[in-house]
Write a protein that binds this ligand. Structure first.
Ligand code: CO8
Length: 258
């Protein structure tokens, strides 16, 4: 297992766990840390022993956003040359299910990272915010786009302009998060969800994720054509044979992800 500086990773029961581990700075994201998160995700995506990726934060917050100390002295051209968003762009390309278990503060880049997850569980009392405006800037890793697509323009522009703290209940209402659980059981509930997905046919999950993601950009017609191809594709998998055979034989299927 690779040793990282700002995150901890482990694999257990086919679940690849990534924990942000810079708790003194509330897991604020410096460039190296984002690179590590991406590398860990990509390595789990390639690892046959991992079926689901679980992303969480150690300490009192999931993440308070980008590391302001690191960003403060930047200028436009240094940002252009660093091209740090190339790493961010690859996070949503992970093929396996990514579950986010968030708590405390989910701010700025931390919120953007959470929005890259497929399923989001939040601990009771979690506060979300895009506070970039109060620093004289704006989100840069998808915040204005992903939030707007999820909640619509009306609430997105209000939250992005004011930088106000949004309670988990409000985001549940706006379908940004999947569920709220008490802080004591957040990890357990996230693991339970991950275990459930880990027992399901990996290729079907993969094709569903791929098709659902296309729904954001494609017209209904294009999306339907895309969905159909993925549907046909699954009929060349062993898992399809196993799933249907098990139904006929009235037994539990065992999926190999082949
Ligand atoms: N960057 C750097 N240091 C931070 C950050 C941060 N984002 N957040 C917290 N810290 C540090 C604090 O400076 C403090 O350090 P020290 O102990 O040395 O003084 C330590 O973490 C603990 O923080 P606080 O004492 O402030 O803890 P509180 O519980 O009092 O407050 C808050 C928690 C409300 C979350 C507060 O820390 C805060 O407002 N933080 C800044 C939040 C913010 O503005 N985030 C947005 C950053 S901009 C951004 O995310 C742009 C994304 C662009 C793309 C992503 C590129 C990576």
């Amino acid at each position: 297992m690779t040793v990282y500086k700002f995150i901890e990773t482990s694999v257990d029961q086919r679940i690849g766990l990534i924990e942000l581990n810079r708790p003194k700075q509330l897991n604020s994201l410096n460039r190296e840390m984002v690179r590590e998160i991406l590398e860990a995700m990509q390595s789990f995506d390639r690892n046959d022993e991992v079926r689901v990726i679980l992303l969480a934060g150690r300490g009192k917050a999931f993440s308070s956003g980008a590391d302001i100390d690191e960003m403060a002295g930047a200028d436009s051209m240094s940002l252009e040359l660093l091209n740090q968003f190339a790493d961010w762009d690859q996070i949503p390309l992970i093929k396996k299910p990514v579950i986010g278990a968030v708590h405390g503060f989910v701010f700025g880049g931390g919120f953007e990272l959470a929005l890259c997850c497929d399923i989001l569980l939040a601990a009771n009392g979690t506060e979300f915010s895009f506070p970039e405006v109060s620093l004289g800037v704006m989100p840069g890793a998808g915040g204005t786009q992903r939030l707007t697509k999820l909640v619509g323009r009306t609430k997105a522009i209000e939250w992005l302009w004011t930088g106000e703290r949004i309670k988990a209940e409000e985001l549940l209402k706006h379908r940004v998060i999947n569920r709220i659980v008490s802080a004591e059981v957040l990890h357990e509930e996230a693991l339970r969800f991950a275990e459930k997905l880990a027992g399901m046919p990996p290729l079907a999950l993969r094709m569903i994720k791929d098709s659902v993601n296309k729904a954001v950009d494609y017209s209904l017609y294009e999306g339907m054509q895309y969905e159909r191809k993925n549907f046909y594709l699954l009929f060349s998998s062993e898992d399809q044979k196993e799933g249907m055979q098990a139904f006929v034989e009235k037994r539990k299927p065992i999926y190999q992800g082949k």
